[in-house]
Write a protein that binds this ligand. Structure first.
Ligand SMILES: *Cc1c(COP(=O)(O)O)cnc(C)c1O
Length: 400
């Protein structure tokens, strides 16, 4: 423990305290496992908040990173590079869309989608200048920029960081009537997560996305889906919207696992009618679409497709959900989620989720609380059934 304590002391002395990590110092990882500086092994059920769907250091993704690093890492978009085209081609084919705009972090991709929706609102829909409105949901999580926190309903995310960007209207998640009522002639888009993971794995009522799609189409409003956390296999389909017929978005936002857990890669994917609106100079990023990111992104997608990770998530997620249901502890109020995106809501009288996360860490399982009462379980989609059964044993023990 002394190395752990020393490292934490040194780190905290020089690091802004905008996070409250569990006291585990990770030094090495492979697949679904991580090891701390003292050699203790843990099953990673956080997976970089679903950035590690392919597992830690997937050999194919690491090989792509290493090979590309030996050849070319950065050109900037002042020039073409030979990796971005093949990557975005694969991405567009997978999404069934025409074009993509590559960025780095999820937040930047959300910001890009907001700019695109507004641009479409002015150029195509004919919204008067500076009047475009975007409807979003209460309990949303789309990132931490000043614009994005301005329409967060979480006081800690928002308060103290104003003045906030205007042009956003909030409605309850999963309420189609509220969405319809919030739309005005100046509404450019409805921005929503298929499942509100950060807010505690909140599921919308069955059919909500398809109903939102219908309302958006009827009112000439773009449906923008933030699938940064739910996408790329996590929920048991390639994209969470595919669980409902007729919920296809106009704009799809991806990040996290698009970089395979080794590099930040994000993208906005849409039709040529939409992404074709951007002219040179309208938008940019020095690192977006760089050859290293593109090589990694292409390998990350190849692993998801070739190892059928969405199908794995569906099968293993159902198994995990059933096994959790069978625990039947009074400490568990509800188990929610889809595929391998699960949330366990802890009963108030049973203590906080953080307490259970700490006890699980002592048993070699890393999880994290999201809001006081929910523990999120998002293991890599490459997890095997034996590891999943071992995880269930540890959960049963702490909830006994
Ligand atoms: C993580 C996340 C983001 C932000 O992505 P970053 O890479 O942290 O900038 C946005 N939306 C959702 C739904 C997320 O889960």
């Amino acid at each position: 423990m002394t190395r752990t304590a020393d490292i934490i002391r040194e780190t905290e002395a020089v690091t802004a305290r905008n996070y409250a990590p569990l006291p585990v110092v990770i030094a090495r990882a492979e697949g679904v496992w991580v090891w701390d500086v003292d050699g203790q092994r843990y099953l990673d059920c956080v997976s970089g908040y679903s950035s590690l769907n392919q597992g830690h250091r997937h050999p194919r993704i690491v090989a792509a990173l290493m090979e590309q690093a030996e050849r070319l890492t950065l050109t900037s978009r002042a020039f073409h590079n030979d990796r971005m085209g093949p990557f975005l081609n694969r991405l567009c084919r997978l999404c069934g869309m025409d074009m993509a705009l590559p960025m780095n972090t999820g937040t930047e991709a959300v910001e890009t989608s907001i700019k695109l929706a507004r641009l479409w609102g002015y150029r195509s829909k004919g919204i008067p200048d500076n009047k475009a409105d975007i409807v979003a949901c209460r309990n949303n999580f789309h990132g931490r920029t000043t614009t994005l926190v301005g329409f967060s309903s979480e006081p800690q995310y928002r308060d103290g960081f104003g003045p906030h960007t205007p042009g956003f209207t909030l409605v309850d998640f999963g309420d189609p009537e509220a969405l319809a009522a919030a739309i005005t002639p100046n509404t450019a888009a409805f921005l929503v997560e298929p499942i509100q993971a950060e807010a505690g794995v909140l599921m919308p009522p069955e059919g909500f996305l398809a109903e939102a799609r219908r309302i958006c189409s009827a009112n000439d409003v773009l449906l923008v889906l933030d699938e940064i956390q739910t996408g790329l296999g996590r929920t048991g389909k390639l994209f969470a919207y595919e669980h409902e017929a007729g919920a296809r978005p106009d704009i799809l936002i991806l990040g996290k696992a698009l970089g395979g857990g080794v590099y930040p890669v994000s993208a906005v994917v849409a039709s040529a009618d939409l992404l074709g609106l951007f002219r040179p100079g309208d938008h940019g990023s020095t690192f977006g679409g760089n050859p290293l990111a593109a090589a990694v992104g292409e390998a990350a997608l190849a692993v998801i497709e070739e190892e059928a990770l969405a199908e794995r998530a569906a099968e293993l997620g159902a198994h995990l959900h059933d096994a959790l249901d069978a625990i039947r502890s009074p400490a568990i109020r509800e188990i929610r989620g889809r595929g391998l995106l699960l949330g366990i809501e802890i009963a108030d009288e049973a203590g906080t989720a953080l307490g259970y996360c700490s006890r699980l860490a002592e048993r070699g399982v890393l999880t994290k609380d999201t809001h006081a009462q929910v523990m999120r379980l998002t293991p890599p989609l490459t997890i095997g059934k034996p590891e999943l059964d071992w995880l269930v044993e540890q959960l049963a023990a702490v909830f006994a």
